[in-house]
Design a protein around this ligand. Structure first.
Ligand SMILES: [Zn+2]
Length: 254
């Protein structure tokens, strides 16, 4: 039986997410930006949180973890550098995996946005929980001097099968779409997605879930290896990692 995924807006633009295994009843919260909103979402679904997977140590992803753990007794899995901000029971790192019912999620070290950042990659579930590495049509901010690490992290996620769903940690979708469209105004898939992002915003619809294939078609950071992108940014012939870094700097100024 496939896992159920419930994604909801929490704080202002953070993604709250609950992953539920109907066979075993196990339920994982993916980060806890706000304990009350996460507990309420689980109660509304009739699910009991048994596990918490932390993608990275930033406060807006960890500040509700202790309270949800107290309320539910959930087991907490996360990176070593989240131990200062959340009660991590089991530190996980590259090469480990975590289980939810019968589904396994590989833990990948995907630094660049934060040093210990993890992505949880479920090949059976065709779902990767990527925190602040990938957003719909965008990517997370990069720590100073860490463009190479971020590019490596993105490149690994980009290489997953196209039908793999990616869940990012924020809905910055409309802002990302506008930047992407400014870079590639003649990309038809992107034009359609910008219209969809405007509609989602107007309707108050939260949007943080995408697929690898859709990002390959529309996300400028995924597309840094396309010759057309290099030319637009004034780096014709440059390697993809240099194009990525220039695009990320341009987004900061957008
Ligand atoms: Zn973050």
């Amino acid at each position: 039986m496939p896992l159920d995924l419930h994604v909801f807006r929490t704080l202002s633009d953070n993604a709250g997410a609950l992953l539920h295994d109907p066979a075993s009843g196990a339920c994982a919260a993916i980060d806890v930006p706000d304990a009350g909103e996460t507990l309420a979402a689980a109660a509304a679904k009739g699910w009991t949180i048994s596990d918490i997977f932390i993608t990275h140590a930033h406060h807006d992803h960890t500040q509700g973890v202790a309270e949800v753990k107290r309320a539910t007794g959930a087991k907490v899995f996360g990176p070593a550098d989240a131990q200062g901000s959340a009660p991590v029971d089991t530190v996980v790192a590259e090469g480990d995996d975590v289980a939810l019912g019968s589904e396994r999620f590989e833990t990948w070290h995907t630094p660049g946005h934060s040093d210990g950042h993890l992505s949880f990659v479920g090949r059976g579930a065709k779902l990767a929980l990527v925190g602040d590495v990938v957003f719909v049509m965008g990517c997370g901010r990069v720590q100073p001097g860490q463009m190479e690490r971020m590019w490596t992290s993105l490149s690994r996620l980009m290489a997953l099968p196209g039908d793999t769903r990616l869940l990012g940690g924020h809905d910055y979708t409309l802002s990302n779409a506008r930047f992407a469209h400014s870079v590639e105004p003649r990309n038809a898939a992107l034009t359609a997605r910008l219209a969809e992002a405007e509609k989602a915003k107007a309707e108050g619809r939260f949007w943080a879930l995408t697929t690898v294939a859709e990002e390959r078609a529309t996300n400028p950071f995924f597309r840094a290896g396309e010759p057309a992108l290099a030319a637009v940014i004034g780096l014709a012939g440059a390697p993809a990692d240099a194009v990525f870094a220039a695009l990320r700097e341009a987004k900061n100024r957008f």
